[in-house]
Design a protein around this ligand. Structure first.
Ligand code: HEM
Length: 183
């Protein structure tokens, strides 16, 4: 079933909340683990990051097949355009984050596995226990991309969330209720 201005399909609701909540948790864990060097969290962050990529691909496909969500009420052009720009940033950032993370870890020699199942084997020096990069320059570049796109994504999530709150409490329209599957 496709989305209408009054009601969103179950698939849209599922994809929105699964991807939205997972990327928020991944961003929080990613910042915490890298700032505090909690290496035990790295495999969990990577595993969930790889798995959610599959859902992100379906979400992006569904967004383009189904079209952008129609506003529940008339709004000023500036608000409409701002919301649409933020939605584009979120779509692009959620594609860039898992891909950059995957390449950063793979090319850096740290490997990528999904809950123990190797996708890219790690490569460590037996003496120094340091990772041996396959391509240090690519890994370094992707680390920058992962960090910057992560920050941009967090700013976009805050703005997106503020928009939802404004619709609900100031405009008093059904935008948030519709995304919660309520009438
Ligand atoms: C939607 C998916 C993802 C999100 C939202 C996300 C978010 C983040 C954020 C915000 C950080 C902290 C900023 C930084 O230090 O780079 C981070 C760190 C990290 N992420 Fe991700 N990530 C995702 C997927 C992945 C994937 C798939 C991998 C690898 C397979 C990965 C590997 C890493 C690693 C290794 C770090 C630590 C970098 C460091 O220690 O400097 N991430 N992630």
């Amino acid at each position: 079933m496709r989305d209408t201005a009054e009601k969103l399909s179950g698939l849209t609701l599922f994809l929105h909340w699964t991807v939205g909540l997972t990327v928020i948790v991944l961003a929080a864990v990613g910042i915490y683990m890298s700032e505090n060097e909690v290496f035990a969290l790295y495999p969990i962050h990577k595993s969930i990051g790889v798995l959610i990529f599959a859902v992100i691909v379906v979400r992006v496909y569904w967004r383009f097949v189904n079209g952008w969500l129609r506003p529940v009420a008339e709004h000023r052009a500036i608000e409409y355009n701002l919301a649409r720009i933020i939605q584009w940033v979120l779509i692009i950032a959620t594609i860039i984050m898992p891909i950059s993370g995957f390449i950063m870890s793979g090319a850096g020699g740290y490997g990528v596995s999904v809950f123990g199942l190797d996708i890219v084997a790690a490569q460590f020096d037996p003496m120094s226990k340091e990772a041996i990069p396959h391509n240090a320059m690519l890994a370094g570049f992707m680390a920058e991309v992962h960090e910057i796109a992560g920050l941009v994504m967090i700013v976009a999530i805050v703005l997106h969330f503020s928009g939802a709150i404004k619709h609900h409490f100031i405009d008093k329209d059904n935008t948030l209720k519709r995304m919660l599957g309520k009438k």
